[in-house]
Design a protein around this ligand. Sequence first.
Ligand SMILES: [Zn+2]
Ligand SMILES: [Zn+2]
Length: 130
Amino acid sequence: MPPLTGSCACGAVRYSITTEPAFSFHCQCHQCQRASGTGHASLFVVPKNSVSVEGEVKFYAQTADDGATISRGFCPHCGSPVLGKSTGYPDVLMITAASLDEPALFKPQKVVFSASGQAWDYVDPALPMA
Ligand SMILES: [Zn+2]
Ligand SMILES: [Zn+2]
C-alpha cells in the first residue's frame, strides 16, 4: 500500500508516508470537535521518521486532556488540518484521514473520548469505544 500521499485542500502542503498506519481512530474530544468544526477528528498514527512534508505547515499548540501539549498543523493558506503532534508521543505524527489522496484507505479501529461525543455525531457502534 505505501507510500501514502495526501495534501491540504489547496495543495500547498503535501506529504508522503513510507509505512502503513500504526493506529487509526476517531477522536471525539472537544478540542478535536472545535479544530475540525464537526463531531470528531479522524486520524491515523505513523512514525515521524516515515513522513516527509512539503510546504509550510503552521501549528497551533494547546494542552490536551492528558496533560500533553498537542500541536495541530494546518495549511496557513487554506486552513485545512493536515497533521498533529503530541509531546506525549514524540516519535509519531497524527495525520488527518480526509487529507489522504485516497481517503477510503482509512480504516478506523477505535473511538476515543467517546464520553464527550455529541448525540448528533453518529459513529460506527461496532467500533471499540474509549
Ligand atoms: Zn492549503
Ligand atoms: Zn481529540
